[in-house]
Design a protein. Structure first.
Length: 220
């Protein structure tokens, strides 16, 4: 009698703390749906393994050498069929939003019950987002934010609307950050930040960053 089996969920695990990697690997492989195809300690090897092996899911430590969020950007761009889930020690709002911008589909805390990790990854593969309840509340508050990013500038035309990323760059400019500092915060290149700043100045019809910030502070 022939029988068919569901294909195993090939999984890449990246964390610089070896005992954590071994614990999570054991938790995953106790679930018959999962097979860990790579277990690596840093971002560069995570990217290399993801591109080579094309796993269905990557579980990446946020703070591993080379940066988990930087790895998420690279993997989601180069292997779009792979789902990325971040693993972190802290329920950190800043890293949560950076991870989501990088294309992550989930954000798990390292102190969660290891038995729940396979269930969370399965939820991601079913199209659901996996993250702690307290971070879901923060995400909802972010989307309810009544800041001016939802308003057009310089008229009602869509060509004059700042994008969400442009509002974000403008807010960081208001905070006094340099181009390099903004790039580091948003996990993009300085050239990308300069492109956003150019678009902001064009849409606000101002000559420099300082004038853009003054408009922002005046409520645009």
């Amino acid at each position: 009698m022939n029988s068919t089996r569901e294909p195993l969920v090939t999984t890449l695990l990246a964390d610089d703390h070896k005992p954590t990697r071994e614990d999570i690997r054991a938790a995953l492989e106790r679930d018959p749906r999962f097979r860990v195809v790579a277990s690596v300690p840093d971002a560069s090897r995570a990217i290399e393994a993801a591109v080579s092996l094309r796993p269905r899911v990557c579980l990446l430590d946020v703070n591993m050498p080379g940066g988990g969020i930087a790895a998420a950007w690279e993997i989601t761009a180069r292997v779009p069929t792979t789902s990325v889930v971040m693993l972190t020690v802290l329920a950190d709002e800043e890293h949560l939003f950076a991870a989501l911008r990088a294309g992550a589909s989930g954000y798990l805390l390292k102190d969660m019950d290891r038995r729940r990790i396979p269930l969370a990854l399965a939820d991601v593969l079913d199209g659901e987002a996996a993250m702690p309840r307290q971070l879901v509340a923060r995400l909802v508050r972010e989307f309810r934010d009544p800041s001016p990013r939802r308003r057009p500038v310089g008229g009602d035309g869509s060509e004059n609307r700042l994008t969400a990323r442009e509002w974000e760059v403008l807010e960081l400019m208001r905070d006094g950050m340099s181009t390099d500092e903004i790039a580091g915060r948003l996990f993009v290149s300085p050239a990308t930040v300069r492109t956003h700043i150019g678009a902001i100045k064009r849409k606000l019809r101002v000559a420099d960053r300082e004038a853009a910030v003054r408009l922002f502070e005046a409520g645009i």
